[in-house]
Design a binder for this molecule. Structure first.
Ligand SMILES: Nc1nc2c(ncn2[C@@H]2O[C@H](COP(=O)(O)OP(=O)(O)OP(=O)(O)O)[C@@H](O)[C@H]2O)c(=O)[nH]1
Length: 786
């Protein structure tokens, strides 16, 4: 099995590797790039060079063809006169000339103006007469009147490819009589042989084409890898392009150059394969790559050595940090005096270790001085930290159990008590348990375990905290007992006691709620006050409750109908004020107490009745009458009304007593009071002053007449016989009425008004009894009566 590739993890190797890779990359990139640039420039230079070379070759060929033309022209000019007229002589002359120019021309022939072959330097292998009529070279020579070089064509006789150089032969009159043609056999001429030295490189070659692209010559046909028609850029060259270009075909890329010959318009081309042209550069490229590799290797090694040397202080720092961490070496070794980044790092480490040491010392001091057991336990349930409280609990020297397991430290019994909490903490849950008894069962403990969860969510350990809560437990028990006692008292008091929260719901209520309202105390917490008291009572209590929640206590009476009983309750609301220091900040609730005041109220009502009403007749007595008279006089003055006070006395009552006894007298007095009350308005108040003396307070009397009608009515009512134990008795009464008008100034006193009425009664008695006398008080100051 192949081992996976591993990269070095230490910084030195990484840096060295990085430098090597960078150098390798840079040289790999820069070398070929430079070669590419050089290649680009070289291509331009080579192209220009090839074109210059080709231009030289073209000039040479131009000169060569010009020479052939001149040679033919000279031959034409040298034609003897006799030869012009005698074909046999012409033939002989031409034979001689053809032999002379055998190196340049294969044959020289003469055509008559009509195109007919007249003579030929070499014998013609044909029986038919030859004619040049219609041949472009012939017609063009006649037309131009000077020699030309023909395009290559295939000989009709020999089938060989040839080119003809022509020259006109003029007669004395300047008329063309013959056209001489010098034949150059392309098979043997090899124009380019003479300029073959100018071919590019050893694999390059030249080629010559006519203006229409027909190959004329290629002296190195054996090297020619592409036919001329396929040469890159040929189409452009046929349209007049001259110069060099880069092109490629089946034979590969090449620098191809074109140049036209001035004499014939032929195209001279050169092809220089790039493979050869840039062979030196390819060698350079390979060399660059090899050198780059070597350079990278050397640079990497050098970098590794430099990095190793440069990072030596860092390695030293690393060793020191490890020594401080694992061997407890003093952190002073980290405080390097170097004035560089490594020195800074070392000093920072040193400061950090110092700060951590101080923080740890502080934490240790705190942990050792809290009245609790604090410990840190790792995943394997081994103690990593224990405070002084732990040592006291175990009774061991400090840090003895560091690295030991919980089971070893606490024993099986202690571990069993903690095990559920340990399991919870290792699951990542907070554990809490109270009321854990010490081994002697005399002390109570509260134990918490808090999981220590790392950034990845794994539980790496947990904290254990244990506190002795024996005192708290005792206090709680004492408080519970106290509350029970209070509850007992509250439940047995004949008072409703409850706590009302801000939402007007009960916090608790005592057992009296059961007795008075039929509500069990256990149901009361959470009940709304309206549901407890009923809506009318709740509505009546709400303003006082609001006042109590504003911090002002309230006491008020309120009737309550419940359980078929009507009660009058006296409620007391006591605000439950929450204070901060000496400042009361809020009323959290209201304590409410309700006493049953029903009996008290009834007794009070009876006392009031007794104090203000006559016990014999049941009508108002002198005390109540006094109060009412005072109020009536106030109203008279305020409302400017007329008030009457009737003073009544039973006629000869003493005689009734004396004759029939006090019992019958009492019966008469009671009936008298009944009749008196019956014959006055409900707003008028009868009262008994004493003995047989009665008064009636008459409100809003319209005048003397009305007063007299009321008096007469009373007298008539009394006059009817009164049924008594002694039988019906005829009883009469005398009435004196004083009328008092509303007026400014001081009010008449009650005694004054009574005096005026008494005076009127006196008048009635004096007038014969059994009647009424009305008197009007003239003015307050003077107290005079009519
Ligand atoms: N039965 C009875 N008699 C009372 C009571 N209080 C007072 N008397 C009597 O009422 C009588 C009042 O008599 P007077 O008003 O002085 O005299 P009179 O007999 O009524 O004579 P005139 O008033 O002049 O007509 C006295 O004999 C009292 O003893 C009472 O509560 N019951």
């Amino acid at each position: 099995m192949r081992r996976p590739i591993t990269f070095p993890t230490n910084l030195r190797s990484r840096l060295a590797g990085a430098v090597g890779v960078l150098v390798l990359g840079a040289t790999m990139l820069a070398g070929p790039l430079a070669v590419d640039v050089a290649e680009h420039d070289l291509r331009a230079v080579l192209g220009a060079q090839q074109y210059a070379s080709l231009s030289g070759a073209a000039a040479f060929l131009d000169d060569l063809l010009e020479a052939r033309l001149r040679q033919m022209a000279a031959l034409a000019a040298a034609m003897p006169l006799e030869a012009r007229h005698d074909p046999r002589r012409l033939q002989a002359w031409l034979a001689i000339r053809t032999a002379d120019v055998g190196d340049e021309f294969v044959n020289i022939a003469a055509f008559a103006r009509n195109g007919e072959l007249v003579a030929s330097g070499t014998s013609m292998p044909t029986a038919q007469p030859l004619t040049a009529t219609g041949r472009p070279y012939f017609e063009e020579t006649l037309l131009r009147g000077r020699g030309i070089v023909s395009d290559p064509f295939q000989s009709r006789l020999s089938g060989a490819n040839m080119v003809l150089v022509t020259a006109p032969v003029f007669d004395d009159h300047g008329e063309i009589v013959y056209v001489l043609t010098g034949r150059i056999d392309l098979q043997h001429a090899r124009f380019l042989r003479q300029v073959d030295a100018l071919r590019p490189g050893s694999t390059g070659y030249l080629f010559l084409m006519s203006a229409d692209g027909t190959l004329i010559d290629s002296p190195a046909r054996e090297r020619q890898t592409a036919p001329p028609a396929d040469q890159p850029g040929l189409a452009r060259a046929l349209h007049g392009f001259e110069g060099w270009l880069i092109g490629g075909d089946r034979a590969g890329p090449a620098i191809v150059t074109y140049k036209r010959l001035a004499t014939t318009g032929w195209i001279l081309g050169a092809r220089y394969p790039e493979e050869e042209a840039f062979a030196p550069l390819a060698r350079v490229r390979r060399t660059v790559l090899v050198v780059a590799g070597i350079l990278a290797l050397v640079a990497g090694l050098l970098a590794w050595w430099l990095v190793r040397r440069g990072l030596r202080p860092l390695a030293e720092l690393r060793r020191n940090v490890a020594a401080v961490r694992h061997e407890g070496v003093d952190s002073a070794v980290l405080a390097l005096a170097r004035n560089d980044e490594v020195g800074e790092l070392g000093r920072a480490f040193h400061d950090l270790v110092q700060a951590r040491g101080r923080a740890a010392a502080r934490m240790r001091a705190i942990a050792d001085n809290v009245p609790a057991v604090i410990a840190y336990v790792d995943r394997d349930e081994r103690f990593e930290f224990t405070n002084a409280g732990f040592d006291r609990m175990i009774g061991s020297a400090p840090d003895v159990f560091i690295g030991r397991t919980v089971r070893e430290a606490l024993g099986e019994a202690g571990y069993a008590r903690l095990e559920p909490l340990i399991r919870a903490a290792l699951r990542g849950e907070h554990g809490h348990v109270e009321d854990v008894r010490s081994d002697d069962a005399r002390r109570h403990q509260m134990i918490d375990t808090i999981p220590d969860i790392d950034a990845d969510g794994r539980v790496v350990g947990f904290f254990v905290m244990a506190m002795d809560i024996s005192e708290r437990k005792e206090a709680e028990l004492a408080q519970a007992a106290s509350e029970q006692r209070l509850r007992l008292i509250a439940d047995n008091l004949p008072v409703l006691i409850c706590y009302i929260d801000r939402n007007h719901r009960l916090g608790f209520g005592n057992a009296t709620f059961q007795a008075w309202l039929g509500l069990e105390p256990v149901c009361l917490p959470g009940m709304h006050l309206q549901d407890v008291l009923g809506k009318p009572a709740y509505d009546a209590a709400r303003p006082r409750l609001k006042q109590a929640f504003e911090g002002v206590g309230a006491t008020f009476e309120m009737p309550l109908q419940a359980q078929g009983r009507h009660r009058i309750l006296e409620w007391t609301f006591v605000p439950d004020v929450q204070a901060q220091g000496r400042v009361n900040v809020a009323v959290a609730g209201v304590y409410a107490l309700a006493h049953d005041m029903t009996r008290v109220k009834e007794a009070e009502s009876r006392l009031v009745q007794m104090a203000r009403f006559d016990s014999l007749t049941g009508i108002a007595n002198r005390r109540l009458f006094g109060e009412l008279l005072g109020q009536a006089l106030e109203r008279v003055r305020r409302q400017r009304q007329v008030m009457g006070l009737a003073y009544l006395d039973i006629d000869h009552f003493k005689a009734i007593n004396d004759t029939w006894g006090h019992g019958v007298g009492d019966e008469v007095l009671k009936e008298f009071a009944q009749r008196l009350a019956a014959c006055v308005r409900v707003t008028d108040t009868p009262a008994r002053l004493a003995g047989d003396e009665f008064v009636v307070l008459l409100e809003d009397v319209k005048g003397v007449d009305e007063a007299e009608r009321i008096g007469a009515k009373i007298v008539d009512a009394i006059r009817k016989p009164i049924a008594t134990g002694a039988g019906p008795l005829d009883v009469t009464a005398s009435v004196g009425i004083a009328l008092v008008h509303g007026m400014d100034g001081p009010l008449p006193t009650q005694d004054q008004v009574l005096g005026w009425a008494d005076t009127a009664l006196y008048a009635a008695k004096h007038g014969g009894r059994n009647r009424c006398v009305v008197r009007v008080a003239e003015e307050a100051a003077g107290v005079s009566m009519k």
